[in-house]
Design a protein around this ligand. Sequence first.
Ligand code: FAD
Length: 452
Amino acid sequence: MKSKGVVWFRKDLRLTDNPAWSRATTDHDEVTALFVVDPALWDLAGDNRRNQLVAHLAALDGDLASCGGRLRVYRGDPVKVLPDLARQVTADLVHWNTDVSPYAARRDDAVRNALQNRCVGHPGSWVHPPGSIQTSSDKAYRVFTHFHRAWDQLDRPLWATPGEARVLGDHGDGLPPADSDPLMPPGAAGAMHRLAQFLDRVDRYRSGRHDLDSTSRLSADLKFGTIDPRRLAAEVGERTAGRRAFLRQLAWRDFYGHLMAAYPWTAREDMRPEVGSIPWRTDPEALEAWKTGTTGYPMVDAGMRQLLAEGWMPNRVRMMVASFLVKDLLIDWREGERHFLRFLVDGDPAQNVGNWQWVAGTGADAAPYSRIFNPVTQSRRFDHEGWYIKRWVPELRRLPPQVVHAPWEAHADVLEAAGVRLGSEYPKPIVDHPEARREALAAFEAATAGGA
Ligand code: FAD
């Protein structure tokens, strides 16, 4: 009798370097490729992420067609869809690559029960999967440098190539409609194209890492799994400082995966209880100004507008806008985390929470609370000529570079010549940074002393 398998694709939308796909197509005679549009996740995602997902699914469907099959797509609760489909195709085993967010872990447990354990998880979304790098007392590392030392010593063998199974051709409900074209060329082919472009500049990555436009922009490919992190690490290699610096960033990604798997409660709670309870402010107006990019701080506004338009921001700007929310506005990091998760195309609970807690100073390996990003000096340093600001805050495009970072410091004549009236065309700053910084330091100091 023929052996039949199902591969449930989730954050691994590729056919090569995919351990779940390789194993299923090797161990079974017939394989069904499945994607479930889970309303619990779909409804949370902004348009940019949805459009990109639909385009990636269409590309995966195309790749499956070249193996004679199709991607079956169903909308519904995986806990119901999976056992129904497994029954329908009389599957012996369902394969997937594991995931770590609390929602994913709960869902996968429920699906496993519904399938009566006729399923197997594979480690296909990481260089080194969560749980594989532990301290000598078998706990997750809480300090990145120690984690990285261990990470760096392990081999990174590539995953097996796919087998010969026949891929079935039913299409299920079909793809959900997309609202517009995706922002990036989709699929594994799109990811490979982006990687090829990045390889031309990777040797400059060490200094370029802080640039606003020279990083790889592969975060969404890693999120959707259109590229395998081990393949990425192998293609980049480590022969120059730039390449090693890039691999270190992939280790950060694994680090946050490990932390989320070991401490799932950190998705909602501060990781370091000794930080105590910070007196977060409830200020809907300030929160709205932050979300809409109308704080009056040009670099913060540029970043927040890029997030809404493109679903992406450079890391430097993410750190700055996050610091502005939690320190200058003293608004709970969870508000920012939720907004980022909705709008980032690469939005991913483990990475997002890990980074937000790092900036807030509440995380495992956190920035000290005294590190408060100055939105003006950061802007002058990393967007010296102001091109990034002018791209996203066009009402300031006629201001000279010297004042574009802090228009309120400009002489009235300069503002008038550039057609900028503060308070009408562009807002006045909603807080005074030096004063906000003093207040934040006092609040964090008191909270830390209280929680110690
Ligand atoms: P590159 O500089 O080219 O780095 C290569 C890869 O390394 C990235 O694609 C990413 O997978 C990984 N990486 C780089 N920096 C980090 C980091 N700080 N933490 C973890 N992994 C990293 N990244 C996400 O993928 N999803 C998120 O939801 C997310 N939320 C963030 C929220 C905040 C507040 C901050 C400060 C950072 C967040 N990041 C998140 C991390 C980082 O900003 C992005 O991964 C990076 O900007 C993506 O651009 P890139 O691919 O060009 O990065």
